[in-house]
Ligand binder design. Structure first.
Ligand SMILES: Cc1cc2nc3c(=O)[nH]c(=O)nc-3n(C[C@H](O)[C@H](O)[C@H](O)COP(=O)(O)OP(=O)(O)OC[C@H]3O[C@@H](n4cnc5c(N)ncnc54)[C@H](O)[C@@H]3O)c2cc1C
Length: 470
C-alpha cells in the first residue's frame, strides 16, 4: 500500500489516538497512525493513567452503587465553574457508560479499587496494569486489525484547503489521506510555550520551575499550527491540571508515584517558612489538583509539606522518602529554610489548634482558631518527632488550551466545522474542561471523542471515495 492509499491518518499515539484508529479501522477504513515517540516511549500521558470515570445507574462489575449522568454532570459543572460545553460534556459522560465493553474487546482488563483508592470505587474503573497495559492492549489489537503504525514520526504541519485536510508532513515527507484525526495531546512539554503563557511574575518566570508529570513528546506543534491556520481555540493557555509533586521528581515522566499526598495531614510552608493556604479545606482527592497552582504562585515556585510522626502510615508514600529530622531546626537546616521562621510558624500553628476528634476519613472538627490562613480540618499539633518534609513543585499533568470541536469531533474554522479533520483527547479537552478537574475525566474525554472522531473520519473518507467514484 502506498501512503496515498490511506483513508484515515491518526496523529498521536496515546489513548485518544488509539481509540480513533481502532474505531476507524473497525468501520472499514485503512488507517495510518503517526506517533512522534519511539516505540519504547509510545503512549503519551495515557501510559501513566490508572482509571476512567464512568457513569452507571446500578453496580457494574468493578463499579459499586450508582453514578448517574446528572451527578457526573454536576461534578463537572462544579469543578469547571461553568467553563464547559454541556452538550459535549454530556456526550462524553453518556459514552462512559458503554465504552468498557468495547475496551474489553480490544484487550483492556479492569480491576476493583484497591486500598488507598477505595473512595473512587463508585465512580472510577481502574485498568488492570494501569495505562501502560491498556496502551499495550490497544497497540496489539490495532496491529492485528491492520492499522499501520509508524513511530518516531512527528508531524510538523498539515496541508489544509478551505478547512479540509489534504496531507500531513513528517519533515519533508508528504502523506495524503482522505480524512485525519489529530490526537497529539496538549503543549505541556513545550517549556518555551509554557514560559510564554505564564509570563514573568515579580521578576520570575514561574514556568521555569514546573515539572511535567507525563511525556516529553506533547510539544503542541499541531495545536499551534491549527490555531495559526485559523482553527477556533478554546480555554486559557495557563489553565491545566497541575498537582503539587515531589520537587526531586524528574523533569518528565515522573508519573503518579511522585505525587505528594501528605498535605492535609500537616502544614505547607513556602521558602520563607510561611503558610499560605488552608491545608485542610476539603478531602484530598477533591483538593490535590489545586495545590500545583498554589505552589506556582509562591516565590521560587517551591513549598514544603511538613508533618510529624503521627501522620506516617496515613497517606500513600511517594517514591522518594521524606526528609527526616529529630527536631524542627534540624529539618529547616536540611530544607535550607530559616530555622527560627519555621519554628515560629509551627509554634503559631500548634497554639491555634483547637481540641477535637481527629478522623482523616471525615471532615472532622480539628480546626485552628485565630490563625491566618486557617486550617479547617485535621489540624493537629506538629509536636511528635521525628519530623518529615517533602519539597513540592508544580507538576503539570496536561494543558487545557485546545481546538474547538462539535459533537462530531470536527475541528472548527471561524465557526465552520471541517468535513474531514477531527480532534480527540487533550488537544480538544478544553471544550469540556475550561478549568478544574475531576479524577478520571481525561480518559473519559479521550475515549469518547477518540471513538467519535475515528467513526466520523472513516465515514468522511469512505463517503468521499464514493463521491469520487460516482
Ligand atoms: C501522571 C499522570 C496520571 C494521569 N492519570 C490519569 C487517570 O488515572 N485518569 C485519567 O482520566 N487521566 C489521567 N491523566 C490524564 C490523561 O493522561 C490524559 O487526559 C489522556 O491520556 C489524554 O490522552 P491523549 O491521547 O489525548 O494524549 P496523550 O496520551 O498524551 O497522547 C498524545 C500523543 O501524541 C503524540 N504526539 C504529540 N505531538 C505529536 C506530533 N506532532 N506528531 C505525532 N505525534 C505526536 C505523543 O507522542 C503522544 O503519544 C494522567 C496524566 C498523567 C501525566
Amino acid at each position: 500500500m502506498t501512503d496515498r492509499d490511506y483513508d484515515v491518518i491518526v496523529i498521536g499515539g496515546g489513548n485518544a489516538a488509539l481509540c480513533a484508529a481502532l474505531t476507524a479501522r473497525e468501520a472499514g477504513a485503512s488507517v495510518l497512525l503517526l506517533e512522534s515517540a519511539p516505540r519504547e516511549w509510545r503512549g503519551g500521558n495515557s501510559q501513566h493513567t490508572r482509571n476512567l470515570r464512568c457513569m452507571h445507574d446500578a453496580p457494574q462489575d468493578v463499579l459499586t452503587e450508582a453514578y448517574p449522568e446528572e451527578e457526573y454532570w454536576q461534578d463537572l459543572l462544579k469543578v469547571t465553574g461553568g467553563l464547559t460545553n454541556e452538550a459535549l460534556a454530556r456526550l462524553a459522560i453518556r459514552a462512559s457508560s458503554t465504552c468498557r465493553e468495547w475496551m474489553r474487546r480490544h484487550g483492556v482488563h479492569f480491576q476493583p479499587s484497591l486500598s488507598g483508592t477505595l473512595q473512587l470505587s463508585r465512580t472510577n474503573a481502574f485498568f488492570l496494569g494501569g495505562g501502560k497495559a491498556l496502551l499495550n492492549a490497544y497497540y496489539r489489537s490495532a496491529e492485528e486489525l491492520g492499522v499501520h503504525i509508524r513511530y518516531e514520526s512527528p508531524v510538523d504541519r498539515l496541508e489544509l484547503s478551505d478547512g479540509r485536510f489534504v496531507a500531513a508532513y513528517v519533515g519533508a515527507e508528504r502523506i495524503a489521506a482522505r480524512a485525519c484525526v489529530v490526537a497529539s495531546g496538549g503543549f505541556e512539554s513545550n517549556r518555551e510555550w509554557m514560559r510564554e503563557a505564564w509570563g514573568q511574575v515579580n521578576g520570575e518566570w514561574p514556568a521555569d520551575n514546573f515539572l511535567i508529570r507525563g511525556t516529553r513528546f506533547n510539544m503542541g506543534v499541531l495545536l499551534k499550527f491549527l490555531i495559526g491556520a485559523g482553527a477556533d481555540a478554546v480555554a486559557d493557555p495557563t489553565q491545566s491540571h497541575c498537582v503539587a509533586i515531589d520537587a526531586r521528581a524528574p523533569l518528565y515522566d515522573g508519573g503518579i508515584c511522585t505525587r505528594v499526598d501528605s498535605v492535609s495531614l500537616g502544614i505547607v510552608v513556602n521558602k520563607h517558612a510561611l503558610r499560605f493556604y488552608d491545608e485542610g479545606e476539603d478531602f484530598w482527592p477533591k483538593r490535590y489538583a489545586i495545590w500545583g497552582r498554589l505552589v506556582a504562585q509562591q516565590p521560587g515556585q517551591i513549598a514544603y509539606s511538613v508533618i510529624d510522626a503521627k501522620a506516617i502510615g496515613r497517606f500513600m508514600p511517594p517514591v522518594f522518602p521524606g526528609e527526616k529530622a529529630a527536631t524542627l531546626p534540624e529539618l529547616a537546616r536540611i530544607l535550607g529554610l530559616d530555622a527560627a521562621a519555621l519554628v515560629g510558624t509551627v509554634n503559631a500553628y500548634n497554639a491555634a489548634c483547637r481540641p477535637g476528634t481527629f478522623d482523616h476519613a471525615v471532615l472532622d472538627d480539628c480546626a485552628t482558631s485565630g490563625l491566618t490562613p486557617p486550617k479547617t480540618h485535621w489540624a493537629r499539633a506538629i509536636d511528635t518527632a521525628p519530623f518529615y518534609a517533602y519539597p513540592l513543585r508544580p507538576g503539570i499533568t496536561f494543558t487545557y488550551l485546545g481546538v474547538k470541536v462539535n459533537e462530531q469531533a470536527a475541528v472548527h474554522f471561524a465557526g465552520r466545522a471541517s468535513t474531514n479533520l477531527f480532534a480527540a483527547g487533550e488537544i480538544m479537552a478544553g471544550n469540556v474542561l475550561g478549568k478544574g478537574y475531576t479524577a478520571g475525566v481525561g480518559m473519559t474525554i479521550g475515549t469518547a471523542f477518540g471513538r467519535i472522531a475515528g467513526a466520523q473520519a472513516a465515514a468522511a473518507a469512505i463517503q468521499g471515495e464514493m463521491h469520487a467514484a460516482a
